[in-house]
Design a protein around this ligand. Structure first.
Ligand code: FAD
Length: 322
């Protein structure tokens, strides 16, 4: 069976959920071989093996933390060459984070293939891997394949379930020779963002968003209270962000972040096409809006016509009792 390389997103050895989702997709098209880089990489092996990695290639060189993406591209290229030399490589799967997308594009260029970004599904037919993308503000679903070389595919978080699938997970050191460009840009410092304790917006299983209807930054506390009762991330429409009520990092939509959670709750959001572009692939969509004619109701699974200042606190209290 062909092998599938999976780039591991981890923090000091703790594997992030989108990587476990990649393993689910990788198992559909071949045997997953995980590539974990940087401090703590070897500690990822047990978790990766529990989710189907037949092998984990690791390298803990300091270069991965000290420099930007090129050392990671060098490492993935080395992994592609090692796996291809030993057998056949079906695809390289990478999570759709900003950094990983840059790595994917550079890798595809290096190995003379093509990159498909922001896939929401990956499967294989007799001609090889096929990725599904959601395009034009999620108005269309397209099936795409790379016509030359080993496809490099970035996959949006929450596109596949996390599945336990015990595998060997043997650990091997990856031998990497860094290129001349690897040390071109040095990281001189890191300032961690103040943590809200909430999940990362693009990875959250539940997102609770507020729009112009929230009517002020102080009122976002009721959106946050609902989010916290559900363990959700908080999103915002551009109208709310432009008004200065919530940070741009939380904007959902065409010029914000694209989310695909299991549950998206839109409060006081009309459902403009540019907002839909960032949330339409959510599995279940709920809206609270006082205007029964609001376009958001065209795409919801459940809609509440009502004043969010009445509905949202009641919903929060009800959830807290469960
Ligand atoms: P509105 O459209 O004003 O809707 C507010 C809604 O709240 C209304 O439906 C109203 O009925 C409801 N409401 C009011 N009070 C209450 C209440 N008390 N209880 C319940 N409901 C209430 N938008 C984005 O969101 N993300 C983007 O990334 C984005 N990118 C854009 C890019 C471009 C190039 C352009 C041109 C626009 C972009 N926009 C984006 C803006 C987009 O077109 C809309 O203007 C924006 O999404 C509207 O935000 P909203 O739904 O919060 O506000």
């Amino acid at each position: 069976m062909a092998e599938v390389l999976v780039y591991v997103d981890h923090v000091d050895g703790a594997v992030r959920k989108p990587t476990l989702e990649l393993l689910t997709l990788a198992r559909r098209i071949g045997d997953p071989v995980a590539v974990a880089l940087g401090a703590g990489a070897a500690n990822t092996a047990a978790t990766l093996a529990e989710h189907g990695a037949v092998k984990v290639l690791t390298d803990e060189a300091a270069e991965y933390a000290d420099y930007l993406v090129v050392p990671k591209v060098d490492a993935l290229q080395a992994a592609v060459e090692a796996v291809s030399a030993a057998g056949s490589l079906a695809a390289v799967l990478v999570p759709s984070s900003a950094e990983a997308k840059e790595i994917a594009a550079r890798l595809a260029l290096r190995i003379g293939s093509g990159v498909i970004t922001d896939a929401v599904d990956v499967e294989a037919d007799d001609k090889g891997p096929v990725a599904t993308q959601s395009v034009f503000a999620a108005s269309y679903s397209t099936k795409t394949r790379v016509s030359k070389g080993t496809p490099v595919i970035t996959v949006k978080p929450n596109s596949a379930p996390v599945e336990a699938a015990p595998a060997a997970g043997t650990v091997e050191a990856l031998s990497v020779t860094f290129s001349a460009q690897a040390t071109g840009t040095k990281v001189t410092g890191r300032t961690p963002r103040e943590s809200t304790g909430r999940p990362e917006l693009t990875e959250a299983a539940i997102v609770v968003s507020g729009g112009r209807g929230v009517n002020g930054s102080e009122n976002f506390s009721i959106i946050e209270a609902l989010a916290d009762s559900l363990g959700a991330a908080v999103g915002a429409s551009r109208a709310a962000v432009d008004a200065g009520w919530y940070p741009h990092t939380n904007q959902v939509g065409q010029t914000g972040k694209s989310v695909s959670p299991q549950l998206y709750i839109a409060n006081g959001i009309s459902g403009a096409i540019q907002h839909r572009a960032g949330m339409q692939t959510s599995k279940t969509i709920v809206a609270v809006n006082k205007d029964a004619e609001a376009p958001i109701f065209d795409l919801v699974d459940y809609g509440v016509v009502g004043d969010l200042f009445e509905v949202v606190p009641q919903l929060t209290e009800e959830i807290k009792t469960r």
